[in-house]
Design a protein around this ligand. Structure first.
Ligand SMILES: *[C@@H]1O[C@H](CO)[C@@H](O)[C@H](O)[C@H]1NC(C)=O
Length: 188
């Protein structure tokens, strides 16, 4: 994946992008439709997520992860982006932006470090590191607190319609979230 695709996904994925002004080049708006978190075992990983509207076109995302298990070499991460024009569940098509299924520790050294933490590091207590990540990933309560997504850094032109991002972690416990946003052209 090249870096602009990474950023595209990063922005939609959790929230991202801290600079709120300077959206001059962008001719589309987005609106969160649903954000649902899931976990197969709350005692191992409890997740909650919500969206707050900040203004006419800005949104903030908050998430709490109560992390009570030890990620290991069988812990895998995967994220897919689907697009659909109508909003009908059956019309969603997989898009070429994704994080292919990969070991959690590889994900930490790539997407997490290069894109994700750059965008949400400042509004969360998620682990930050230099160089290679050294396991273990500590148990604890991780919070993303009102991370703002302005869409800044994304392409000027994004096709209208609904985008569904499915982030899924598997292994000892299956957890993640499903985030649906609607993109509309800006009326000038
Ligand atoms: C997450 O992955 C598991 C295992 O592949 C799968 O059974 C489950 O349906 C996935 N969850 C979502 C929301 O895609």
């Amino acid at each position: 994946m090249n870096s602009s695709l990474l950023y595209f996904l990063a922005a939609f994925l959790i929230a991202v992008l801290r600079i709120r002004n300077c959206r001059a080049g962008r001719n589309w708006n987005y609106e969160p439709v649903t954000l649902q978190a899931f976990s197969s075992d709350d005692s191992l990983l409890k997740i909650s997520a919500k969206v707050d509207r900040l203004g006419r076109a800005d949104f903030a995302f908050s998430m709490t992860l109560d992390w009570n298990y030890d990620a290991d070499k069988n812990t895998m991460v995967e994220a897919d982006v689907y697009h659909c024009t109508s909003g009908d569940e059956s019309d969603y098509k997989l898009m070429p932006f994704s994080i292919p299924k990969q070991p959690f520790f590889e994900y930490l050294n790539a997407f997490y470090k290069d894109a994700f933490i750059k965008n949400v590091g400042h509004c969360s207590n998620l682990i930050q590191f230099e160089g290679e990540f050294t396991p273990p990933w500590p148990r604890g309560v991780y919070k993303l607190d009102k991370c703002v997504a302005s869409g800044e850094g994304l392409p000027e032109l994004v096709p209208e319609g609904y985008y569904k991002i499915v982030y899924n972690t598997t292994g000892q416990v299956t957890w993640g979230f499903i985030f649906v946003v609607r993109v509309t052209q800006k009326v000038i």
